[in-house]
Design a protein around this ligand. Structure first.
Ligand SMILES: Nc1ncnc2c1ncn2[C@@H]1O[C@H](COP(=O)(O)OP(=O)(O)OP(=O)(O)O)[C@@H](O)[C@H]1O
Ligand SMILES: [Mg+2]
Length: 106
């Protein structure tokens, strides 16, 4: 085993808005997830779970801090490489399912 975590958040912040309307959805959050580890993120409504998942899924970027995937800073990847990371390594079920009504699974 390399010992390198699959996923690492290093002091990740995601702030929305500015000034009076600034929302600190994530404020310097750090954690690691190992390959094969099963993790549940729990917390009350508005605590930043979806914000965290959007960053993990490469759908959004931190305002500050680093998101490392297998030691690679995701911020250093261009659009195409981020798309490849999503395609090969990340599955995502949205809170609002984002399913297409006219389209079946088949
Ligand atoms: N696009 C946005 N613009 C401004 N504020 C936002 C935006 N998205 C989320 N927020 C705010 O950030 C905070 C965290 O929201 P988030 O959706 O991540 O919480 P959550 O834990 O997923 O909540 P829930 O359990 O209701 O799904 C909340 O205060 C929310 O209002
Ligand atoms: Mg949510």
């Amino acid at each position: 085993m390399s010992g390198e975590p699959l996923i690492a958040f290093r002091e990740v912040s995601r702030h929305y808005g500015a000034g009076d309307t600034l929302v600190r959805a994530l404020d310097a959050v750090s954690f690691e997830i190992a390959d094969g580890e099963f993790v549940a993120v729990m917390g009350p409504s508005g605590s930043g779970k979806s914000t965290c998942m959007n960053i993990l899924g490469c759908l959004d970027s931190p305002t500050e801090g680093q998101y490392l995937f297998r030691g690679l800073d995701v911020a250093d990847l261009d659009r195409d490489r981020r798309a490849l990371l999503r395609r090969h390594y990340l599955g995502f079920v949205f809170q609002g399912f984002n399913l297409l009504k006219r389209t079946t699974a088949l």
